[in-house]
Ligand binder design. Structure first.
Ligand SMILES: [Zn+2]
Length: 580
């Protein structure tokens, strides 16, 4: 039990401070201290307790790695050291463990690829976001030409327009890109690019070793007549005036798409900055956008960055530290006023712990909401944005670890896995609305029921939502249900719980062909004495998404598309609870 408790507290620590998926990696080898002194900390964070100190030349056995931190043994204890202050010799190689290969953010389609709609209905949206305007709808079996791909979204052509569809609701196979021979001679191209860096040098040839002949500024358009790969593999563009410009400091102008007949209700999204290749080290670019009463800060990186973020808090001041990162362009918004913030500053550090630090001083007590991008290469920090800002919600994926929960009769799908998959999606959709989300578990672990509701009570969460899948001795029983509790509650407290259960069920039943389990739209007063519903002081419900004992529903629960539909419905019910 104490072991479970320790793991639970560690997970709790991670979910509270990072709100991100932990990115652990197994490592083994020896770290030799290169800094004069080196702190050994209890957790991989610069704010964690210092357990001890070692000096230059000391050697420490390494047994795991997380982001920029190494877990080491010293004496009889274990602790964490900052990787850039040691030289790390992995047991089986000359260098530190290689990062897993990252998927490209955007992949161009060849136009010969088709997505076939697998869901009953599918919305086509203006941007790759579930909140973007719906441009149209297609039905099961429809085929759409795929133009490009971004995270979980595909850009498709329909009629004369282009739009975005959610990847898990279509069947789609990306054709393997053809291997192109390396071309060392300039290849003729005709395109217009614009400068994304603050300034770029124009040179007499394709490389930084060529003489500088001029400068172009951010936003300036340049006509490209040829391109060439330099000896280091990087692309350079030859301009109409015969000067050369570095390909990674400019971006191609997007093609003009046909004007939609409907009025535009959202500005075009900002283009993703063009960053140097990952082999050149971690580069980031930071943009801030004013949105009504709030500010959206976007961090773009050229390799996985979300598992390396370190957060430091002091009163209303938050520091978001990206160890080892280099800033591509200086942040030029320091002198501006940003809604929701008294100060926004981005600095490049130059000492041992080199990296970038973003300092934000909040006007209110709200914590920043961090939303990691799907591929780990981007991070959004929301200030005063979203319908759920200032709300703290506990999401409880039922079961876990040694307790698998119900097990499907045909595919042997485990309830604990389905619950977690749905809960992680619920977390994302609520975080996008500015809510602070606390997960009772992030992985395959088993916090006790008391630990789950105590966490919610201690954190003074405003809502607790437990996610489960149902089971019955009869395989023909099916449907969705949500439970609430009325023991020792005032009439107001009961009304709040009932409202939450009703709204979640209402949203779930909007999913095509979804049926309620039982009367009252599947809203049940708990008669089983469910511990998490009894123990939570705030409004709480337990959602039984579908029956794993029913073969059709087991298949649905195993489908990421259905998991996403259920997650959206639960999130939408919660949003309505707070806003209606
Ligand atoms: Zn369960």
């Amino acid at each position: 039990m104490t072991k479970t408790r320790k793991i639970f507290h560690l997970l709790l620590f991670i979910s509270l401070f990072w709100l991100l998926l932990p990115g652990w990696a197994i490592a083994s080898g020896t770290a030799t201290v290169t800094g004069t002194k080196l702190n050994i900390r209890q957790f991989p964070s610069t704010t964690a307790k210092i357990l001890g100190q070692v000096k230059k030349g000391d050697k420490l056995p390494v047994f795991s790695q997380k982001g920029d931190w190494l877990q080491v043994k010293f004496g009889k204890q274990t602790g964490w050291v900052f990787k850039s202050l040691v030289s790390y010799q992995a047991a089986n190689s000359q260098t530190t463990a290689v990062r897993p290969v990252q998927q490209q953010t955007t992949t161009s389609g060849t136009g010969s690829n088709y997505a076939t709609v697998t869901g009953t209905k599918l919305n086509i949206r203006q941007f790759p976001s579930t909140t973007a305007k719906i441009l149209g709808q297609v039905k099961k079996g429809d085929k759409l030409p795929v133009l490009s791909q971004k995270g979980d979204w595909l850009q498709v052509k329909f009629g004369k327009q282009t739009g975005w569809v959610f990847k898990s609701l279509v069947s789609y196979k990306l054709a393997q890109p053809e291997a192109k021979p390396v071309n060392q001679a300039p290849a003729a191209v005709q395109k217009t690019v614009y400068v994304i860096a603050t300034t770029v040098n124009l040179r007499t040839g394709p490389g930084t070793n060529y003489a500088k002949v001029g400068v172009a500024r951010q936003g300036q358009e340049l006509k490209v007549v040829a391109q060439q790969k330099a000896s280091d593999g990087k692309i350079w563009y030859k301009l109409a005036n015969n000067a050369w410009v570095a390909g990674w400091l400019v971006q191609e102008k997007p093609q003009v798409t046909p004007v939609s007949s409907q009025p535009q209700d959202k500005p075009e999204p900002e283009p993703v900055p063009n960053l140097p290749p990952a082999e050149q080290g971690l580069y980031i670019d930071i943009r801030a956008i004013k949105e009504g009463d709030g500010t959206r800060i976007k961090v773009y990186a050229n390799s996985s960055v979300t598992d390396q973020v370190v957060l430091e808090k002091q009163d209303r001041q938050w520091k978001v530290i990206l160890p080892g990162a280099k800033l591509l362009n200086p942040f030029d918004g320091a002198g501006q006023s940003w809604p929701g913030l008294e100060l926004l500053q981005v600095q490049q550090l130059e000492d041992d712990a080199a990296g970038v630090v973003l300092t934000a001083v909040y006007s209110s007590v709200y914590a920043p909401v961090l939303i990691p991008g799907q591929d780990g290469r981007s991070l959004e920090i929301l200030v005063g944005l979203g319908r759920l800002q200032g709300r703290t919600i506990v999401i409880d994926p039922g079961h876990g670890g040694t307790d698998p929960g119900a097990i499907g009769g045909v595919l042997k799908v485990k309830e604990k896995d389905v619950n977690l998959a749905i809960a992680q999606r619920v977390r994302r959709y609520l975080a996008e609305e500015g809510a602070q989300i606390i997960m009772t578990r992030e992985g395959d672990t088993y916090p006790t029921l008391a630990e789950r509701y105590t966490l919610a009570n201690d954190q003074q969460a405003q809502l607790f939502v437990s996610i489960h899948a149902n089971s019955n001795t009869s395989s023909s029983v099916y449907g969705s249900a949500t439970y609430y509790n009325n023991e020792n509650r005032t009439s107001e407290e009961i009304a709040a719980r009932l409202k939450l259960a009703q709204l979640i069920q209402e949203e779930i039943l909007k999913i095509p062909e979804r049926k309620a389990f039982g009367a009252n739209n599947g809203v049940w007063l708990d008669s089983r004495g469910l511990a998490v519903l009894r123990g939570t002081r705030m409004p709480s419900v337990l959602v039984e998404t579908a029956f794993l004992s029913n073969p059709t529903e087991e298949q649905l629960l195993n489908d990421p598309g259905f998991q996403d539909q259920i997650a959206r419905a639960i999130a939408q019910g919660i949003i309505r609870y707070f806003t209606e």
